[in-house]
Design a protein around this ligand. Structure first.
Ligand SMILES: *Cc1c(COP(=O)(O)O)cnc(C)c1O
Length: 378
């Protein structure tokens, strides 16, 4: 039955990537050297933003966006419960409160009608997430933000390379973020990036990532409370090298998604494959299928167990943020508050997805999925 193990995700590291990293190691400039600005300029040019500020993770990028916008104690930020936990945690770091709204079942983006209904006198911002490489309905979100004088933060940590109406994900808000953990479209090992057109946000983020230092002042002159969120030149060199390969990565991933679509078509009464998003060029992050409504979360978990026993990497994607234990404890959230997000979460199954997957691998995953569905029915 099992032929070979297939991981859920895997980075794509070339000899050129390795050479770029080792070249830095042959210099004394392991941090605060030339590779960081080179990486920043390359990302800014790629997405079409005025500024890019490299940091050590996507979570750090989100935190600095929240701080740069002055979001603090008791302020409310409207966001999605269907995301990686960091997109809401960044508000808790500043004692601000995430106000979750439910999502649309097709693209998993926030339901704009629910966004407007969630606005209160304490609302300061909307933080949208371009989940799985889909792109939020930014034109509607921008109109709402403008009407109510709110800031817009775009968590594009899963959408580097996606574009909507010819404009790149990450550039729709006052500031946007990217992440470079090894399961993302491209990696620096760990790393993140803020992109913005706003001088004030860029300047604040640059100071705060480097211990609050004013770039024009002396080394031990700390103007504001800062952090060490710097990205090293070793990581940045990998980023420069990987970014050059991003168009090739995106094409590979789209091809793998196409194979899955075909291989899983015979299982369409059991599960649905990811839908296209109108007007959007999706940069594929993960490949998440959704079981039919008649299946329960327990069924889904049983499938996960079977597939893993057979060496197929797979996972739930995502458990809802509001149902994470500490969110329930802090805010009293309960099941049933966001039925669309919860239902998607209960039925979602992320399958192996990375550049080097072959058509044979995809066929193997599809046949094991079919077999596990048969076991479930028996
Ligand atoms: C990966 C991710 C992050 C955080 O990135 P890290 O680099 O792991 O800190 C934030 N938001 C979303 C939606 C992500 O997928």
């Amino acid at each position: 039955m099992p032929q070979r193990t297939i991981p859920l995700s895997s980075p794509d590291i070339s000899e050129a990537d390795i050479a770029a990293v080792t070249a830095v190691l042959r210099t004394p400039r392991l941090s605060l050297g030339p590779r960081v600005p080179e990486f920043e300029e390359a990302v800014a040019a790629f997405v079409g933003a005025k500024y890019a500020i490299a940091v050590n993770s996507g979570t750090s990028a989100l935190h600095l966006c929240v701080r740069a916008l002055g979001i603090a104690d008791g302020d409310e930020v409207i966001t999605t419960p269907f995301s990686f936990v960091a997109s809401a945690n960044c508000m808790l770091f500043e004692r601000a409160v995430p106000r979750f709204v439910d999502i649309l079942p097709e693209t998993y983006c926030m339901d704009p009608a629910k966004v407007e209904a969630a606005i209160t006198t304490k609302t300061k911002a909307i933080l949208g997430v371009d989940v799985f490489g889909y792109v939020e309905n930014w034109s509607v979100l921008r109109a709402i933000a403008k009407k109510h004088n709110l800031a817009l933060i775009e968590d594009s940590c899963e959408a580097l390379g996606s574009s909507s109406g010819g404009k790149k994900a990450g550039t729709f808000g006052d500031c946007g973020t990217f992440a470079f953990y090894p399961n993302k479209q491209m990696t620096t090992g760990e790393g993140g990036m803020i992109v913005t057109d706003r001088d004030d946000i860029a300047r604040a983020a640059r100071m705060m990532r480097n211990q609050g230092r004013d770039p024009d002042a002396a080394w031990l002159d700390h103007q504001v409370l800062g952090y060490n969120y710097r990205l090293s030149d070793i990581h940045a060199a990998l980023g420069v090298s990987q970014l050059k390969r991003l168009p090739e990565f995106m094409a590979n991933r789209a091809r793998v998604a196409g194979w899955y679509g075909k291989a899983l078509a015979p299982l369409s009464e059991h599960l649905r494959v990811p839908e296209e998003q109108k007007g959007v060029d999706v940069s594929w992050f993960v490949y998440v299928v959704r079981l039919a409504d008649r299946y329960t979360a327990a069924d889904r978990d049983r499938l996960l167990t079977l597939l893993r026993e057979w060496g197929i990497g797979c996972n739930t994607y995502f458990p809802c943020i509001h149902l994470q234990p500490f969110y329930q404890k802090l805010y009293g959230h309960t099941k049933g508050e966001f039925p669309v997000a919860e239902s998607v979460s209960d039925h979602a199954l992320a399958l192996p997805f990375f550049n080097a997957l072959t058509e044979d691998d995809v066929a193997q995953v599809a046949s094991m999925l079919k077999e596990s569905l048969a076991i479930l029915a028996s």
